[in-house]
Design a protein around this ligand. Structure first.
Ligand SMILES: Cc1cc2nc3c(=O)[nH]c(=O)nc-3n(C[C@H](O)[C@H](O)[C@H](O)COP(=O)(O)OP(=O)(O)OC[C@H]3O[C@@H](n4cnc5c(N)ncnc54)[C@H](O)[C@@H]3O)c2cc1C
Length: 469
């Protein structure tokens, strides 16, 4: 690898890069190539990094080659599937990106209700393949998110209270280790690794393929959003807290505070108006969903009610316009047990202070099937939490970003006395202690011991990192 420096990013020795390119089935993109900019960018526009190489892998063999090449060359290695990491862990300056976005194969077996999915698949692409059979993998709430990163951290979304986390339907993974070897992990093969992959996966290798159990869904569901004026936030949240205590597990809801976006479904006179919304998805018979949602839809004087019978894939895409590629995003997140009066008052107070027309912060309702699986059965931590706050600050570019980020931090700090943990996929770069909090001390120690076995040199370090014991 003579001749290569990691700082001379525009002038990597072509002979060295050819050592990788020659046996490679996919494509190697290098600084200076016409499409370099397109392939270096990630979802969060506030992160602007310049890798030395983007290895666009076509198969698991390419992944192994890219890992070995990066290690021999002393290049920093990052892994990218959907590129939706909040803190931008999938790209680093002067490093090598193992890019899985070309690996899009989806094989649905409707008879056995199993799907095999390669790591480059996005949530919406998977739904498009499974929903024609009335089947689904429970996943997240924005269709462009990468299935891989989401699954490896746990996976929360519209179907979780009925069917659990994304990892709860995971049967096995194919994973390339730090040595470049392809292994399978499942309950029966490498069970320790399979335990770790379900919640801390990005630390243990590059998953090239997932095998999931499929659940029955729709294809139509009863779902949508009810809007109230933001000034009603505390009243709406108090009603909501009481109402959700005995709703069925089929119902998953998310409360969002924001300024109403200028979307065709929203009347023009509401555009820009601060609102509190309860967004629902009923993962069961449509008529039951309509009945269960009735008391909430009748509460107070809503400004707008968009609940209706609709294809699940349409509901699944409803947040897409609010989280496009390239805007500037910052997040602070935490879990709380309940929406106590104190938590509600803090939320209502801080929600009124968000400034940006693009900021939309969700509060997810957990429970149901998420809490029914044993907390120690997987590396994921926090199954018994009540709610997840994801206080994101969003602007279209640099203008106003610092002020909105400060708002998010202040809000999060006010919630500190009531916090009980954090979902690993919603962390920014917040330090070792926060990663430890995300797993709890016992799991963190077990993960550190496994990290020593599977990745003693911490090759996979651009993630919510678990240092080898
Ligand atoms: C708009 C938006 C909506 C979201 N909604 C939800 C939601 O509803 N529910 C939820 O649970 N989360 C949600 N998230 C968080 C999401 O789960 C994480 O950001 C996740 O990491 C994204 O995965 P990715 O493949 O797109 O990310 P990437 O940026 O490609 O990767 C993220 C991390 O995973 C690692 N990684 C990626 N692919 C692999 C692989 N194949 N093998 C090993 N490691 C890998 C990377 O090294 C990196 O550390 C959302 C994020 C965004 C931006």
């Amino acid at each position: 690898m003579a001749g290569m420096t990691t700082t001379d990013r525009l002038h990597l020795d072509p002979a060295v890069v050819d050592e990788l390119r020659r046996p490679f089935n996919g494509e190697i993109v290098q600084a200076g190539d016409a499409d370099y900019d397109q392939h270096r960018r990630i979802w969060n526009g506030s992160i602007d990094r310049y890798p030395a190489l983007v290895a666009r892998c076509a198969d698991a063999a390419d992944v192994g080659r890219a890992i070995r090449f990066a290690r021999e060359a002393g290049l920093d290695l990052t892994v990218r599937s959907g590129g939706h990491s909040f803190p931008g862990h999938s790209v680093s300056d002067d490093g090598l990106v193992v890019d899985l976005s070309l690996m899009k194969r989806i094989q649905v077996d409707p008879e056995n209700r199993v799907v095999r999915v390669q790591a480059g698949v996005r949530l919406g692409e998977l739904d498009q393949a499974t929903q024609p059979f009335g089947l689904a993998v429970p996943a997240g709430i924005v269709t462009t998110t990468g299935l891989a990163g989401l699954t490896l951290g746990g996976g929360i979304g519209w179907l979780m209270r009925k069917y659990g986390l994304t990892i709860d339907q995971l049967l096995s993974v194919e994973l390339v280790t730090a040595d470049g070897e392809l292994v399978t992990a499942s309950e029966s093969e490498n069970p320790d690794l399979f335990w770790a992959v379900r919640g801390a996966g990005s630390n243990f290798g590059v998953v090239t393929e997932f095998e999931f159990q499929l659940i029955s869904l729709g294809p139509e569901v009863f779902a949508g959003a009810v809007f109230w004026p933001m000034e009603e936030s505390a009243n709406v949240l108090r009603f909501y807290r009481d109402w959700i205590t005995d709703v069925p597990d089929e119902l998953t809801t998310i409360v969002v505070h924001r300024k109403a976006p200028p979307l065709p479904a929203i009347p023009a006179e509401l555009h820009g108006r601060p609102v509190v919304t309860i967004i629902s998805c009923y993962a069961g018979p449509v008529a039951d969903g309509e009945r269960v949602l009735a008391p909430m839809r009748a509460f107070g004087s809503p400004l707008l009610d968009l609940n209706a019978r609709k294809p699940f894939v349409d509901h699944q895409a409803m947040f897409d316009p609010s989280f496009p590629n390239g805007w500037w995003y910052y997040f602070r997140s935490c879990e709380v047990d309940t929406l106590s009066d104190e938590v509600i008052d803090i939320t209502a107070e801080h929600a009124q202070r968000l400034r940006s027309p693009l900021t939309a912060f969700p509060i997810f309702h957990l429970g149901g099937a998420v809490a029914q699986m044993g907390d120690d059965d997987t590396a994921f931590h926090g199954r018994t939490s009540g709610h997840i706050f994801n206080i994101n600050a969003t602007t279209s570019a640099r203008d106003g970003f610092d002020a909105e980020r400060e708002w998010s931090r202040t809000f999060w700090t006010a919630l500190q006395p009531y916090q009980r943990g954090v979902y690993v996929n919603f962390l920014m770069d917040e330090g070792d202690q926060r990663v430890r909090e995300a797993y709890g001390p016992a799991k963190y120690d077990r993960l550190r011991a496994l990290k020593r076995r599977y990745d003693p040199d911490n090759v996979f370090c651009h993630n919510q990192n678990i240092p080898p014991a």
